[in-house]
Design a protein around this ligand. Sequence first.
Ligand code: GSH
Length: 220
Amino acid sequence: MATSNKEIVKLYSFCHSSCSFRVRIALAYKGISYEYIAINLSQGEQFSDDFKKINAFSTVPVLVDNGFIVSDSLAILEYLEEKYPEPSLFPADSKKRALVRQVVNNIVSSIQPLQNLNVLKKIEALAGSDERLKWAQYFIENGFIALEALLTTEAGKCCFGDKFSMADAVLIPQVYNARRFKVDMEKFPLLKRIAGFIEELPFVQAAKPEKQPDFVPLRP
Ligand SMILES: N[C@@H](CCC(=O)N[C@@H](CS)C(=O)NCC(=O)O)C(=O)O
């Protein structure tokens, strides 16, 4: 469903932010056009007083929908799903929906936060840059081992059968981070295969970091 001309949707985003990438995928999937507002996390723009007025947690993404402000990628994804139900980010079957949420919540709460910028900055300060990379790799690989096992009985071309779901919208940015932190994706053939398929979909292509107006190459 596309937005009407009267709707004004804005997304505060950083090209490399996996949390923003999730939302960009969902917006593109649902055909919702939006204004992109770049917040450069590398330069600390998330800590500016102006941005804190929009999100006191100093994180992206933040969605502004006709003046309504909501942060946190999962809250945004659920909001978009309710407001624009078609095409849906969930399968019809309630058990499958629960499993999609299981995958989503595990990535969102048990993988990404452990390798978020603020955590890695702290690790680097405490233990040096080698440990920073090893830390990120450790937690991504740990999570991917579980996902690879869980999805074995569920996956088709996508995480759940051949239908794109919120699990795919959240997995792809995490695979992007895995590559960025030099995780060997050969260890995860199923996730690699799913990512290979999903990443070619036009709405995922449009949401990729390198397609964003604020793209700059970043260190791993
Ligand atoms: N639970 C939040 C987490 C948001 C988050 O951690 N965003 C990261 C980018 S992916 C961020 O803004 N980090 C800024 C920082 O660590 O200073 C969500 O899912 O949106």
